[in-house]
Design a protein around this ligand. Structure first.
Ligand code: RIB
Length: 357
């Protein structure tokens, strides 16, 4: 097994001081080209790779950003992580990614483990049943800066970057109401997650404005994913009178509504209008292109990383809650209710009759 090369060996090989080797490796002072080239040649010939971690641990701060997320296999999160990584890379920071699987114990153990590596900062998308606020607060007070993304842990008053969930859901629900749907339901996420609470609020506000009553069974709680969205969709589609529209608070749950509708021989949008939330890449390619609320996952990550780097650089500005806009993407999975469509046809034919005479 090869013995690790030390800076002393490089200094001897290049016939310079250890301090000169350190300045060349760390770029901490100008070194005459002649000496610098001798050091670089010695590094190459001895096969030396400076230990970023060793240097960082000595300085008590590495160039590592820790990122804790629920699950990278959920198609929403990769864009968020990529946004973080692109911003970090430009500033020579490297990202270590941890998946909690929405397990609060795993989340806490990751948070503790990451601290042992003296990260320069932490980015956290809390788990569904997260209990990390107390630990996050103590980390952020004594250790590296922390920015939460997408959901704000209960009681967390630190930096957070989210999207306009309430406004996005309001727009989605209003879209269905304007198409004449009165029997419309919502499948939401875990009701203690701030983004799920905000999306349900947007749904309720749109119905209240139109004075459309909300039957309790028309609000189904799920876990943002397909597995939990499917039984919720089946419960809704067995209600009488039958629903004519469902707003699912994620595209993954909207997919499960499409599946349930197909199994019940309900055509989308003729028998059932469906709207989602996220605007994942597949949304415009589903059987009937999905009307959904676009949330900028990449920008969520990039914005959070920029805010974290400001904190790492010493910014003492007051805590920030950054809210990115959402946008309703109208496609084909939602159409006017049968009543509305018939009324429109009557108006048109009436208009044509008047027009003919
Ligand atoms: O599962 C995807 C959902 O979880 C997205 O809507 C995103 O906001 C995250 O919270």
């Amino acid at each position: 097994m090869s013995v690790p090369t030390t800076m002393r060996q490089i200094a001897e090989r290049a016939d310079v001081s250890i301090g000169t080797v350190s300045h060349v490796i760390n770029g901490t002072a100008n070194v005459r080209d002649k000496l610098r080239l001798r050091v670089l040649e010695a590094i190459r010939s001895l096969g030396y790779h400076p230990s970023q971690l060793g240097r960082g641990l000595r300085r008590k701060k590495t160039t590592m950003l820790g990122m804790i997320i629920p699950d990278i296999t959920n198609p929403f999160f990769p864009a968020v992580v990529r946004g973080v990584e692109d911003v970090a890379y430009k500033r020579s920071y490297r990202v270590v990614l941890c998946n909690t699987d929405n397990d609060p114990k795993k989340e806490i153990s990751y948070l503790n483990d990451l601290q042992a590596y003296s990260p320069a900062g932490l980015l956290v998308i809390p788990a569904a049943e997260s209990h990390i606020t107390t630990l996050l607060r103590s980390v952020a007070t004594s250790g590296p800066p922390v920015v939460c993304i997408d959901r704000r842990p209960t009681g967390w008053n630190g930096d957070v970057v989210v999207v306009a969930n309430e406004e996005g859901s309001y727009a989605a629900t209003q879209h269905l109401l304007r198409m004449g749907h009165k029997h419309l339901a919502v499948i939401t996420g875990p009701v203690h997650l701030t983004n799920a609470v905000e999306r349900l609020k947007g749904f309720r506000r749109a119905l209240a404005e139109e004075r459309v009553p909300i039957e309790p069974e028309y609000i189904q709680e799920a876990r943002f994913d397909r597995r939990s969205g499917y039984p919720a969709a089946m419960r809704l589609l067995r209600l009488v009178p039958r629903l004519t529209a469902i707003f699912a608070c994620t595209d993954l749950m909207a997919l499960s509504v499409c599946l349930a509708a197909r199994e019940l021989s309900l055509a989308c949008p003729d028998d059932l209008s469906i709207v989602g939330f996220d605007d994942l890449d597949f949304a415009e390619f589903t059987d009937t292109a999905l009307t959904t609320v676009h949330q900028p996952g990449y920008q969520l990550g990039a914005t959070a990383a920029r805010l974290l780097l400001e904190r790492i650089d010493g910014s003492k500005q007051r805590t920030k809650r950054v809210v990115l806009s959402t946008e309703l993407m109208v496609r084909q999975s939602a159409s006017p209710s049968r009543e509305k469509a018939a009324a429109t046809r009557r108006k048109q034919s009436h208009g044509q009759t008047v027009g003919v005479s």
